[in-house]
Design a protein around this ligand. Structure first.
Ligand code: CP
Length: 315
């Protein structure tokens, strides 16, 4: 595997899952693959889980790690080509990326949607320059349109908890005070479509995800109806794609609460975290035994390690 930016980069779902369970059973059993190798983690945006889990995963693989926060540790970086650099940005990605690539064997990069222009965000202007100019494999640690490390961990978590072969998985929009990117829901849908699970997406009108991610996935605008018989409830807020980056609703009747969870097939509750309690989900649901958000976050370490193993084996 030469890069990890979406589900399309893995050899297959079966191989990815097998690798994840292999490293979960032997976290320190593959250190020969990473010996004397280095991963640089470049963050244009904040993180708790991705930063710690990816760094830990690389260390589990025997790698050295370096972390750079672009807005604090380095020169401010320009991403547009052809501009006169007379502003605050002192260095262009075109030089910075290959230089970083000279110091390491794998680069992880996090660069969120900016919500200034939908075409720019959906063209993945920063991630695509890393892939083009790094000279080493690139792992997306969440880009403008996808969060594949999260989705891979979500898949492993569902596989570990499913009680039926083809569980009903419901992705539900939930209210939030700020405009959040579509990367997590886009990516979740993209990975779930590679499985034979029953996937239902529920959200208020105006929150339709990009057609290239949704394909023919079922949308149910009645949240309670969507929850009926569900085995997994995955809550997430996202801003509008059609009215790009706008908050169209903060309707608290979409908060996941105990009454709605009672409509499900004793569903497990999932969220990628961080989560706004009593906006996205009630305390009662996230504190219940059916909440698997911490296990889900733990699987971030496992799946980041699986990704690194697949990359290092091909190096
Ligand atoms: N879920 C996730 O990516 O968390 P962080 O933003 O804290 O890394």
């Amino acid at each position: 595997m030469k890069k990890f930016t979406s589900v399309k980069d893995i050899p297959s779902i079966e191989k990815a899952l097998a690798t994840a369970f292999e490293v979960k059973n032997s976290k320190f059993g593959f250190q020969h693959l990473g010996k004397n190798k280095t991963m640089v983690l470049v963050f244009f945006n904040s993180s708790l889980r991705t930063r710690l889990s990816t760094q830990k995963a690389a260390q589990n693989m025997g790698m050295n790690t370096m972390v750079m926060n672009v807005n604090e540790d380095s020169w401010q970086l320009e991403s547009e080509m052809g501009v006169v650099m007379d502003g605050k940005n002192a260095e262009h990605l075109r030089e910075a990326i290959p230089v970083i690539g000279k110091y390491c064997d794998v680069i992880g990069v996090r660069a969120f949607a900016k919500f200034e222009n939908r075409e720019d965000d959906y063209a993945e202007k920063i991630l695509s320059q890393f892939v083009q100019y790094a000279g080493v494999p690139v792992v997306s640690m969440e880009a403008a349109t996808r969060h594949p490390l999260q989705s891979f961990a979500d898949l492993v978590t569902i596989e570990e908890h499913k009680k039926v072969e083809k569980p009903k998985v419901v992705l539900t929009w939930a209210p939030h005070p700020r405009a959040l990117p579509q990367a997590v829901p886009n990516s979740f849908v993209e990975w779930m479509r590679e499985t034979d699970y029953e996937l239902v997406v529920t959200h208020p009108k105006g929150y339709e995800l990009a057609p290239e991610f949704m394909g023919d996935v079922q949308v149910e605008y009645d949240q309670k109806k969507a929850f009926e018989g569900a085995d997994f409830i995955y809550a997430k807020n996202w801003a509008s794609y059609t009215d790009y980056g706008q908050i169209l609703s903060k309707d608290m009747s979409w908060t996941v609460d105990e009454a709605k969870m009672a409509l499900t097939n004793d569903a497990k509750f999932m969220h990628c975290l961080p989560v706004r309690r009593n906006m996205v989900v009630s305390d009662g649901v996230i504190d219940s035994p059916n909440s698997i958000v911490v296990e889900q976050a733990y699987n971030r370490e496992i799946t980041a390690q699986a990704v690194l193993k697949m990359i290092l084996e091909n190096a």
